[in-house]
Design a protein around this ligand. Structure first.
Ligand SMILES: *Cc1c(COP(=O)(O)O)cnc(C)c1O
Length: 388
């Protein structure tokens, strides 16, 4: 399906709302019935029609159709956050006694679920270096029911060979779940590579304006129905109509924003790579990236995140660099209009900082929609301030 069609037309029934270009926000909690028989049908299958907005809502339906199509999936559900989508998708596919194989250092709240919540229900997790297919094979146990992937990771951008991992999983009857937030379905079609459940946070690139949260879970009709009937309705964290409307609005410009961000990122990357105060830069499409050929094979773009490492090993200099930026703000998240940095050391107590541990020196840079010259000048003046 054509991306322009998906973004501009799919799911929209403009003749039903005065031919308005922008869809209405159907801000209602419930829907009324004239016939008891119709109400009975809605109780029997809540996914079959509108009953209550914790389940289906017409504004959310437009968004669901578009997001499923972008993923090339049969169906999807949209949650109030990416974390809720992860929770529902994982929870729906494990039971007591099951085992999960996960990439090491997945998104914080996925890891929190594996480490804190699931063990209370008798579900254990083994973390692996997911870059090699053999590591998946050797970590698999008889009770393994789920492979948890995140490719690329959003700090060191480690990738997994997706087609190989999904083929291995299929041969063993294991469900594959991926966090595809980094690329979005525009730059990495994970369903096409055989992944069962594709999750992405909509808070980042889909919203694109740093003004709402959301999360997407795409897969087969039967998988999505299973999750709707249990976890989705039970957790009650489906996206609300206004937020869904904001995400539809964000989608209209998603390809244009990603193209612009990709171009600017290339220019910023060239600047930081050659700078004398920078030791290294990690970016999946950079020739120095260890998995660059796999990245170019399974991704069609790499968007706006990169990790930079300064030559200095002094944490105070890392702090000085981040605090000296005049336009690039310091904040969590990414995918919005505004460029951001976040230093890894902010997640450590000062006495935990180990200058010999390169990861502790990571500074993640997100390139937004500003002009590249504006960002390069800001990075340049902040680099001037620090010692080599
Ligand atoms: C932000 C993020 C999430 C979680 O999304 P929320 O919408 O913030 O809950 C999951 N995975 C990755 C890689 C993220 O960056």
């Amino acid at each position: 399906m054509d991306i322009s069609y998906i973004i501009n037309e799919l799911g929209e029934e403009r003749e039903n709302y005065f031919n308005a270009i922008a869809p209405p926000i159907i801000q209602t909690s419930n829907f009324s019935f004239k016939k008891v028989e119709d109400l009975r049908k809605a109780f029997e299958d809540e996914m079959g029609g509108y009953l209550y907005s914790r389940g289906l809502n017409p504004t959310v339906e437009i968004l669901r159709k578009k997001l499923a199509a972008l993923d090339g999936a049969e169906d999807c559900l949209v949650f109030n956050s990416g974390a809720a989508a992860i929770f529902a998708g994982v929870f729906a596919n494990v039971k007591s006694g099951d085992h999960i194989v996960s990439v090491k250092a997945p998104y914080t709240w996925a890891q929190r679920m594996f480490d804190v919540i699931l063990p209370r229900f008798g579900v254990t997790t083994t973390y692996i270096d997911g870059t090699e297919i053999d590591n998946w094979e050797s970590a698999t146990q008889a009770s393994t029911s789920l492979y948890y992937l995140e490719s690329p990771n959003s700090w060191d951008f480690a990738l997994q060979p997706l087609a190989e991992v999904s083929a291995l999983a299929k041969s063993k009857g294991i469900i594959t779940f991926i966090d595809n937030s980094f690329c979005t379905p525009l730059y990495q079609n994970v369903i096409g590579m055989g992944i069962d459940l594709a999750m992405q946070t909509a808070t980042k690139y889909i919203s694109g304006h740093s003004d709402t949260l959301g999360g997407v879970l795409s897969g087969s009709k039967s998988m999505i129905k299973k999750i709707f009937d249990s976890e989705y309705l039970n957790i009650g964290s489906g996206i609300q109509p206004f937020n869904a409307w904001l995400l539809i609005r964000g989608l209209r410009t998603l390809p244009a924003r990603l193209a612009r961000i990709s171009k600017t990122t290339g220019e910023v990357l060239e600047f930081v790579k050659q700078h004398q105060k920078i030791e290294s830069v990690i970016f999946p499409f950079d020739d120095a990236f260890p998995q660059v050929s796999l990245a170019r094979q399974q991704m069609t773009g790499a968007c706006g995140l990169m990790t930079i490492v300064l030559k200095t090993r002094d944490m105070n200099e890392i702090v000085l660099f981040c605090e000296s930026l005049q336009h690039i703000m310091m904040a969590v998240s990414w995918g919005g209009h505004e460029s951001l940095v976040i230093p890894k050391c902010a997640g450590l107590k000062p006495n935990e900082f180990d200058p010999k541990n390169k990861e502790h020196r990571y500074i993640r840079l997100y390139v937004g929609l500003e002009d590249s010259g504006y960002l390069i000048n800001d990075l340049g003046q902040a680099l001037e301030k620090i010692k080599e």
